[in-house]
Ligand binder design. Structure first.
Ligand code: HEC
Ligand code: HEC
Length: 436
């Protein structure tokens, strides 16, 4: 993992980035002092979720992604003990963290790939393992780096031997809520998506056969595949494991979730608000919700931004629901001024309505993963808001939801403040080492 020097960042994004990083200090801890953190974690993990007692978990629980208990390289002994514990092979009933949980109905886990602790753990190792690439230099995390908000700071993905792709690396979290993957949705599942980069000549530059051979020759991997899957090490099983790990990476509660809960209460109980003193139970509930906003406060600017987001700025026309996406494809005109523009979804469906359309990305933790858009052409959230303010870029396929907004400078700043302060929550603690 490459730690990025703070000075490399665009000055405008830096403040936002630092804010966001501060919020996920737990994540930094594991990256910067992985050994120590792992030791601490394996203690908390036991306290949070006693293994074996229940197969019901809330994703984001550090016990799921902190690695096989212990420190350092994964020894055969530690692995044996891990694989012998039946609790690690139980199908998990997963719930989402508060905030995101309103999207529970959209959880997508294919029937043939149930989530288990052992499979999440195997997927975690594979995700961070550069040996999956042809020259042992690139892992999934090279372009979807936890320290770069699970994206990459470069405009385009950079693969083996410094080769560049043609699109920006999107984030790889909250994927449990999406079926279609990629900016154009061309992969129908995470399983299908995950094996793509391994064989892609400019990403990991490997062949599936060579990757499988490599893994078969690492006893720790071979053992895990043999125990977890009926047919051992296959490229499809690599995809199954990585997809399962990705499903465990979800964003924790963000300040806006607390404010939304208050807003919802105030709407539902609008008539009762004046008389709360007479209804102790309701009052207690209201006090609790208000207290939550006080514990993760948003500035007044961010609070105004929250109102603009679903009001005058109409962002919720597409960034809707608990994961701030409608999972649809829209043309905002990004990159459409080029001689040969990337036509996005159209290349997949050949349907005129998809001309230059790209998938609406989630906005949770968006402050952590500049640059923005499918071509990484916008460096800051300020630039993004300006793009919407002018109604995008006119072209034959421009979405009819794109309108000139006529926002004041203050309103633009408010929207940015809302995204930075309101939509940033913790990522799960993920151990990036401890490989076999
Ligand atoms: C060289 C950089 C690079 C590497 C390595 C890489 N990716 Fe990606 N990833 C990208 C880019 C660029 C896209 C978007 C491509 C597109 O939309 O056509 C992408 C898309 C994705 C998506 C879709 C996200 C979404 O919102 O639709 C997921 C999930 C993903 N990658 C996971 C992985 C996994 C798992 C690995 C390792 C097996 C991996 N990536 C390796 C650059 C990379
Ligand atoms: C017509 C649907 C639509 C509307 C309305 C909309 N968005 Fe988007 N948003 C998208 C799509 C689609 C993309 C990706 C476009 C691309 O890459 O070509 C996107 C990308 C973004 C990104 C970049 C995210 C990333 O990971 O690269 C941000 C930030 C964003 N939108 C914020 C907003 C805000 C703020 C508003 C309101 C002012 C808004 N959006 C209104 C559909 C929409």
């Amino acid at each position: 993992m490459h730690e990025r020097p703070a000075d490399d960042l665009h000055p405008l994004t830096r403040a936002q980035f630092e804010y966001a990083l501060k919020k996920s200090c737990k994540m930094r801890l594991i990256a910067f002092s992985s050994l120590l953190a792992t030791a601490v974690l394996s203690v908390t993990a036991v306290a949070v979720a006693p293994r074996g007692e229940s197969d019901q978990v809330v994703l984001g629980d550090p016990a799921l992604t902190a690695g096989v208990p212990g420190v350092g390289l994964l020894t055969p002994k530690a692995l044996d003990a891990w694989l012998k514990d039946p609790a690690n092979h139980q199908t998990l009933k997963v719930q989402l963290p508060a905030g995101l949980d309103a999207a529970e109905a959209n959880i997508y886990i294919p029937e043939n790939n149930p989530m288990t602790r052992a499979k999440i753990e195997l997927g975690r190792q594979l995700y961070f393992d550069e040996r999956l690439s042809s020259d042992n230099t690139i892992s999934c995390a090279s372009c979807h780096d936890p320290l770069q908000g699970y994206g990459a700071e470069t405009a385009f993905g950079i693969g083996v031997r410094g080769q560049q792709g043609g699109r920006n690396s999107p984030i790889s979290y909250n994927r449990i809520l999406s079926k279609g993957q990629f900016w154009d949705g061309r992969a129908g599942s995470l399983e299908e998506q995950a094996v793509g980069p391994v064989g892609n000549p400019i990403e990991m530059g490997n062949t599936h056969a060579a990757c499988v051979d490599t893994l078969k020759n690492i006893p720790g991997y071979k053992k895990q595949f043999d125990v977890i899957f009926d047919d051992g090490v296959t490229i499809d099983n690599v995809g199954m494991a990585i997809a399962t790990f990705e499903r465990a990476i979800v964003t924790g509660p963000a300040p806006s979730d607390a404010y939304e809960a208050v807003k919802k209460f105030e709407t539902v109980f609008a008539d009762d608000l004046e008389y709360l003193d007479e209804e102790p139970e309701l009052k207690a509930k209201y006090t609790k919700l208000k207290k939550a906003t006080a514990e993760s406060p948003m500035s007044e600017s961010a609070q105004r931004g929250m109102i603009l987001f679903s009001g005058k700025a109409n962002c919720t026309a597409c960034h809707a629901g608990a994961n701030f996406t409608d999972e649809q494809y829209h043309n905002l005109g990004v990159g459409m001024a080029a001689d040969k523009p990337d036509l996005g979804r159209y290349a997949v469906t050949k349907d005129k309505k998809d001309w230059g359309a790209f998938k609406t990305p989630t906005l949770r933790n968006v402050a952590m993963s500049p640059p923005y858009m499918h071509d990484g052409s916008q460096n800051t959230l300020e630039e993004v808001v300006d793009w919407y303010d002018k109604g995008g870029h006119k072209n034959a396929g421009l979405s009819d939801k794109m309108k000139v907004l006529k926002l004041t400078d203050q309103e633009k700043a408010d929207l940015v403040a809302y995204m930075v302060e309101g939509l940033t929550g913790d990522f799960p603690v993920v151990n990036q080492g401890r490989l076999p």
